[in-house]
Design a protein around this ligand. Structure first.
Ligand SMILES: *Cc1c(COP(=O)(O)O)cnc(C)c1O
Length: 386
């Protein structure tokens, strides 16, 4: 069966009591024992819950992993993974990783728990140079945020295998339908399900999927020990969101490509960042390792800060807000919003200029999105700067 079919069937036939088509929400903290020492498979929701289990099984199958843990946020997923490492372990992380990941890694480093190197993972010799005797893992995000840089998962998979490191991929900017990190040698895949997997901007959630049963067992243990697990209702919402993931993605990608092409020819747009454009630096690699180019588009505008503010204030279909991957289109300003916690020099080094705007392209009618951007970009750079 194709993923689209599997997902529409997700969670069906889990209700033995009444045959509900949609799985019930087991919104309960604890479960009655049948007898001393005898349960029906669940005793306490932190350790296991049928609604969460259903989501975890769907995610593990979709990704092709041995098992999954559904967590209370993407950051809880990341914390759960990082808790696997012994004190003093060294992690090599993408230099342009998600801000929350950077904040957590730096905190753990300040506390003397982990050593961290932030490296441009497109440069394999830089990765090699960052290796230490205590290096344990490579932390990858591709496409990256907000410039949609692409790193070579196959090459990094060979590298981590040769050096016996864990390859951990945060696949949040895509989904298991568009990029399959396990096929390139990844050991762990991480998601913020807040984004495309749930897709409706009504849940904060995360997931960790392990390639092997051994890693899955360690992650289940860590999630129970740290209590990073997701609540039943949130799991149920993500399950519901997943059923429409394939059709949502099709429209996200169709719209993102149209928006990227429109922006690329606009006189007030300096540069467009979208892996689907042949002009994108990582286009060929993305075409090789991804099954789609995703729904995120970034671009820089001409006319300085006034122009940036004008565009951010003028859109009516694109809403000014952080986050991504929901059905509604969002527009945001990385320098003052999603990436504001970075120091200016750090932002500069990462290529995040003050005139950069990021779009999460939703599933609305394509022509409405284009028309919205067209009216927002209809200014004269010389006038607006005055
Ligand atoms: C949003 C995001 C996270 C964090 O997820 P939360 O659900 O907000 O905790 C991690 N990684 C990436 C790439 C993200 O976009």
């Amino acid at each position: 069966m194709q993923p689209q079919t599997r997902l529409t069937l997700a969670g069906q036939r889990t209700d033995a009591s009444y045959n509900s088509i949609i799985p019930p929400i087991y919104q309960c903290a604890t479960f009655r024992f049948e007898d001393v020492g005898l349960t029906k498979g669940y005793d306490y929701t932190r350790s296991g819950n049928p609604t969460r289990r259903t989501l975890e099984e769907v995610l593990a199958e979709l990704e092709g992993g041995a098992g999954a843990v559904a967590t209370t946020s993407g950051m809880a997923a990341i914390s759960t993974v990082l808790s696997l490492f012994e004190s003093g372990a060294h992690i090599i992380c993408a230099h342009d990783c998600y801000g929350g990941t950077e904040r957590l890694l730096c905190l753990l480093e300040r506390q003397g728990k982990l050593e961290v190197s932030f490296v441009d993972l497109r440069d394999l010799s830089a990765v090699e140079a960052a290796l230490r005797p205590n290096t344990r893992a490579l932390w990858v995000e591709t496409p990256s945020n907000p410039l949609l840089r692409i790193v070579d998962l196959q090459a990094l998979g060979h590298f981590t295998q040769a050096h016996q490191l864990l390859l951990i991929v945060d696949n949040t900017f895509l989904s298991p339908l568009q990029q399959r990190p396990f096929e390139f040698g990844a050991d762990i895949v991480v998601y913020s399900t807040t984004k495309y997997l749930n897709g409706h901007s009504d849940v904060i959630g995360g997931a960790v999927i392990a390639r092997t049963p051994e890693l899955n067992e360690q992650l289940q243990f860590a999630a129970n020990a740290h209590g990073t697990i997701a609540g039943p209702f949130d799991c149920w919402l993500v399950l519901r969101g997943l059923k429409t993931l394939p059709v949502r993605l099709r429209q996200h990608e169709h719209n993102a490509m149209a928006v990227a092409r429109f922006l690329a020819q606009h006189p007030n747009v300096e540069k467009v960042f979208y892996p689907g454009l042949p002009t994108h630096e990582g286009h060929e690699l993305a075409a090789r390792q991804q099954k789609g180019f995703g729904g995120m588009v970034s671009f820089t505008v001409r006319g300085g800060q006034e122009a940036v503010h004008h565009v951010l204030r003028s859109t009516k279909v694109f809403t000014l807000a952080e986050s991504l991957g929901g059905v509604e289109s969002l527009i945001e300003h990385p320098a003052t919003m999603s990436h504001a916690s970075m120091r200016p020099e750090q932002r500069q080094a990462a290529g995040i200029t003050d005139n950069l705007i990021r779009l999460s392209v939703g599933i609305e009618a394509t022509e409405d999105l284009i028309a919205d951007l067209e009216q927002a970009l209809a200014y004269k750079p010389a006038t607006i700067m005055a």
